[in-house]
Design a protein around this ligand. Structure first.
Ligand code: PAF
Length: 287
């Protein structure tokens, strides 16, 4: 496995990798969720690259950029064990040098959910993912369904900007008690870790209600909110029942929906989602 820091080194190393080449973009502090994307890419591609870069452009001024967990040595050991070919760990100065002023914006889909609260978040994500795509020139890129809106935004961007890249969205990996795997879970103390299971319980309750016939968006939303209120350490920022393609909030009867939420458990902000109903066209998630 080759580990490179500079862009010129990356381009050179990429030249010797055979296609189809799969890319997994990450901010490091890897967990089984990331590794499931890597394993899928290793299975499906001839060569696999991974980027590790904590992207400052996607953090708001009051978010956890300075405390974001880092363990590069462990990350590299994990990737090596998965037979990854190439890892790029660019510096912030190289990614956003003096005079940097070019940004990628996906307009509509980023108005809702995470985008409504984290104002410049998706501009930062779309820009850094574009830079990763241009640098690695992958044939396939793997993202997790855990960040459902991010996956939808990137699919749109790939289509709109004619990237010759197949976006593959892989299922959320969960701990035994249902908590979605996330690097930020490492912030939780034992009480918070226990409390955090309320997120999965709330999504599951709404999913169950849908499966037993509830088709009113407000009924599903109320079910999630009721569950979340049972946990004193949880403070929901939103609990949403949205159109899985446009991400607009739904009211009234529905056939399918993206159930999603952002919940503070203590100081830690966690997100998770589930889809209900049949998926259609561009939203189709691979599992
Ligand atoms: O999902 C993430 O870890 C990040 O948003 C990504 C896609 C690596 C961009 O920085």
């Amino acid at each position: 496995m080759k580990v490179v820091v500079g862009l010129a080194e990356l381009r050179l190393a990429r030249e010797s990798l055979a296609n189809p080449m799969g890319l997994i973009t990450t901010m490091g502090f890897l967990h089984e969720g990331h590794l499931s994307l890597v394993r899928r890419a290793v299975q499906e591609c001839v060569s696999v690259g991974v980027s590790i870069f904590i992207n400052p452009a996607q953090f708001g001024p009051t978010e956890d950029l300075d405390n974001y967990p880092v363990d590069l040595e462990r990350d590299l050991d994990l990737l090596k064990a998965e037979q990854v070919d190439l890892v790029w760990t660019p510096t912030e100065a190289a990614m956003y040098g003096a005079g940097y002023q070019t940004w990628v914006e996906v307009e509509e889909l980023t108005r809702y959910l995470e985008g409504e609260i984290r104002e410049e978040h998706f501009r930062g994500v779309a820009t850094v993912v574009t830079k990763m795509f241009n640098s690695f020139q992958p044939n396939r890129a793997y993202f997790g369904q855990k960040d459902a809106q991010q996956a939808i935004v990137i699919r749109r961007m790939v289509q709109d900007l004619n990237f010759p890249i197949e976006v593959i969205v892989c299922p959320t990996l969960r701990e035994a008690d249902g908590l979605a795997m996330a690097s930020r879970n490492s912030y939780l103390n034992p009480d918070e870790r226990r409390a955090a299971t309320v997120i999965y319980r709330a999504l599951s309750a709404a999913n169950e209600l849908f499966n037993t016939g509830e088709r009113e968006a407000d009924g599903l939303r109320a079910e999630m909110v009721t569950l979340l209120r049972t946990e004193p350490l949880a403070r929901a920022e939103y609990a949403s029942v949205a159109d899985p393609e446009t991400l607009e909030e739904l009211h009234g009867p529905l056939e399918r929906a993206l159930l999603s939420m952002a919940v503070f458990i203590g100081e830690t902000r966690l997100i998770d989602n589930m889809t209900v109903g049949e998926e259609r066209g561009s939203y189709a998630v691979d599992d």
